[in-house]
Write a protein that binds this ligand. Sequence first.
Ligand SMILES: NC(=O)C1=CN([C@@H]2O[C@H](COP(=O)(O)OP(=O)(O)OC[C@H]3O[C@@H](n4cnc5c(N)ncnc54)[C@H](OP(=O)(O)O)[C@@H]3O)[C@@H](O)[C@H]2O)C=CC1
Ligand SMILES: CC(=O)C(C)=O
Length: 317
Amino acid sequence: MSKVPSITFNNGLHIPIFGLGTWKSQLGQVTQAVKDAIDIGYRHIDCAYIYGNEKEVGEALDTKFQQGVVKREDIFITSKLWNTFHKPELVEGALKETLQNLRLEYLDLYLIHWPQAYKEHGELFPKDEQGNIQFSDVDYIDTWKVMEKLVAKGLVKSIGLSNFNKRQIERVLKIATVKPANLQIECHPYLNQKRLINYCKSVGISVTAYSPLGSPDRPWAKPGEPLLMEDQKLKDLAVKYKKTPAQVLLRYQVQRGIVTIPKSVTKSRIQENFSIFDFELKPEDIDYIDTFDCNGRFCPMTASLGHPHHPFENDEF
Ligand SMILES: NC(=O)C1=CN([C@@H]2O[C@H](COP(=O)(O)OP(=O)(O)OC[C@H]3O[C@@H](n4cnc5c(N)ncnc54)[C@H](OP(=O)(O)O)[C@@H]3O)[C@@H](O)[C@H]2O)C=CC1
Ligand SMILES: CC(=O)C(C)=O
């Protein structure tokens, strides 16, 4: 079994460059998927409170710890603070619920899932009578200050951000006493995020690419929308390297030094996605894949457009 390479955070800790995503992984499937992934050699699982399946992920982790397949310190677990828990007094409680669900004493990485806060103490997507999301005016700066305390308490090893734009990251960096270790963003050839990645590199923040395969099972996908894995240019490259389109997409990220977390509940695909450490894309092919960029965002979070902290409305990147 090949060992997955890691990259080093600005705090000296390491994150495996490749992991398993769990959004949309159904109850009844996700426990087995995580077990399969660990057996195959995955040592990084990407979770979130909002995915509603952390208990089932925790069951798989617990089984693999009990079986002695993996030790806690040998596996990297990420989760994310949901938008209804940004108020400083709610942050630790939200983390503790995630820890309890995952049956863990600590997380390796805890991210603020989105910069925009939602109204607290109700639904996870609180809506008014017109069906619009109800916003909260908590500033993510105040949330970050409490995230830092979670590190001091030993409840999380590292903290970071997800779906923040450059300006929002700059605001966090201005007040941070613990620098964000990682930014998790949508990233694939249709949205290669070069400018944001270069900015993160310049300030020592590592990047994780979500939806690296184009998220074909996203709930809001409409017939006729582009399917990244079906792109003919990509398929031609896959033939050239005797790999699948998914493997080329994942290798693309890994070779750029970007962490990536494809989701699958299908054992053969979990294996296929892992088999990317035995080939290398030529630099000219990486450059060619970069030309596919078309600002194609699959996760635009349109439900909270109009929120003053929506990351994709007013800033170029
Ligand atoms: N921070 C954030 O806001 C976000 C984070 N994420 C994280 O990133 C992860 C990955 O992104 P996600 O949006 O799920 O989408 P992905 O781009 O990982 O695509 C997942 C889809 O691709 C299918 N698939 C997986 N492997 C293959 C393969 N080898 N060949 C063909 N199809 C394949 C899966 O099917 P099947 O499962 O049926 O095998 C599933 O339908 C999420 O699960 C989540 O952990 C995602 C979105 C937002
Ligand atoms: C999938 C996910 O993490 C979203 C939409 O927030």
